[in-house]
Write a protein that binds this ligand. Structure first.
Ligand code: GLV
Ligand code: MN
Ligand code: MN
Length: 411
């Protein structure tokens, strides 16, 4: 068969995704598969088994990134790589990340069963801890591999229960020996759900992001004075939670002040000691700021820090503001984006260009190799939640486009 006619097996992709969704499954139909948890290990083991079944050579690097290698006719040529992440958000969805890994697996299965030989070697990848929910920041596996993050910094990251990234990586048996260090790549392709409402609203099957927004992550700690709620008068209190509440509203107001397409969110908050009859003495919360304009992210950070200081002072509290992660906006490779549009057109899939507001490993990969992403619609624009959903036909369409992107850059 002419390799142009090749199509993935949509039913097999569906079954594969359903099998993965059984690992860490939640009652409301999502998955809870936090980075380096037992569920992550179980999913990795299954992934490695599937890689070996199609004769891929499996390597694991010191960050726990898993690679499956398929030789080409000329193995001195830089390979073509595709993949995403297996970890999920707490009570997250069944498609975020895993579609990009299983979509690439389906493409590799299709290539193998049709005995297609490529000029370049092919590599499939699962990047460790893309979500950064358990071990902030995000995109840690690809970040270290790309030389944009320090390995010891990654190992030292600690979860809410005091468990260290490096120790958990070892515990689940995925601290490999290969250096987590970039090597020359010809192209990197990542299939992903859109995670927003645009494609569905426009009735398009394939999204072609022009790139990924810049992101800033900040940890904030507010210290006040804990006390008995009853006998302590309202006047003169140093309530850390009330101070935090005022700060959080400043975060919500910031995109309106800055303009552009900025978004800003407080998603995680810890109140201490968290008792209904104790005035809160300490609050820790996170801030996430995103914009295509890196300058705007930096300006928002400074304004927020100043706003928070003013609020803390007014309320007799102290405040600590720490930038824990910054990633610049990442424009994708124009010729790879054009290829996606062409291939989608040839297959009869309506496509649309957009910007990714979500972070992806492709962000760091774009600093190493020509990179592009293929998006498929998210039903109701919902993601990072249990009801996250994408039609099976759309998953299949995305995997078909991915298959031909991989083939055209590797043949
Ligand atoms: C990753 O999923 C992010 O956009 O935060
Ligand atoms: Mn993702
Ligand atoms: Mn995600």
């Amino acid at each position: 068969m002419d390799s142009k006619e090749l199509r993935v097996n949509g039913e097999r992709l569906k079954i594969t995704l359903e099998k993965m969704a059984e690992i860490g499954t939640t009652p409301a139909g999502g998955v809870h598969r936090l980075a380096l948890s037992d569920e992550d290990k179980q999913a990795r083991d299954l992934f490695v088994k599937w890689l070996r079944e199609i004769d891929l050579r499996v390597t694991v690097d010191e960050m726990g990134n898993i690679f499956g290698w398929r030789p080409g006719k000329d193995n001195d040529l830089p390979p073509v790589m595709s993949g995403s992440h297996i970890d999920s958000q707490p009570k997250g969805g069944r498609f975020d990340g895993i579609l990009g890994v299983m979509g690439a697996l389906e493409a590799f299965r299709t290539i193998r069963e049709n005995q297609v030989e490529t000029q370049r070697p092919l590599v499939i990848v699962d990047w460790t801890n893309e979500e950064g929910s358990r071990f902030p920041p995000a995109m840690v596996g690809s970040g270290v591999w790309a030389g944009k993050m320090d390995k010891d910094f990654a190992y030292s990251r600690t979860d809410f229960h005091g468990k260290k990234f490096g120790e958990e990586l070892e515990r689940i048996g995925y601290k490999g020996t290969q250096p987590a260090k970039k090597w020359p790549l010809h192209a990197y392709w990542e299939l992903h759900i859109e995670q927003g409402p645009i494609l569905e609203k426009m009735g398009k099957k394939i999204g072609v992001p022009e790139g990924i927004v810049g992101i800033g992550w900040y940890d904030v700690q507010v210290d006040g004075k804990a006390n008995q709620v009853g006998p302590t008068p309202m006047k003169g209190r140093n309530d850390a939670l009330c101070a935090a509440a005022e700060m959080i509203l400043k975060v919500e107001e910031m995109p309106g002040k800055m303009g552009g397409n900025m978004v800003a969110t407080v998603g995680e908050i810890h109140n201490f000691p968290n008792s209904r009859n104790i005035i809160p003495g300490q609050v820790k919360f996170t801030v996430d700021v995103r914009s295509w304009d890196d300058q705007m992210v930096a300006m928002a950070r400074e304004e927020l820090r100043n706003d928070f200081e003013r609020v803390a002072e007014k309320r007799g509290c102290s405040m600590r503001f720490q930038e824990i992660w910054k990633v610049e906006h990442a424009p994708f490779d124009q010729s790879l984006m054009k290829k996606i549009l062409e291939i989608a057109g040839q297959m009869g899939y309506a496509s649309h260009s957009l910007v990714s507001g979500a972070g992806h490993d492709a962000s760091y990969m774009s600093k190493v190799a020509p990179t592009a992403m293929i998006f498929v619609p998210s039903i109701g624009g919902r993601s990072h939640v249990e009801v996250e959903n994408t039609g099976w036909e759309d998953c299949e369409a995305g995997a078909n486009v991915l298959l031909h992107c991989i083939l055209q850059s590797a043949l």
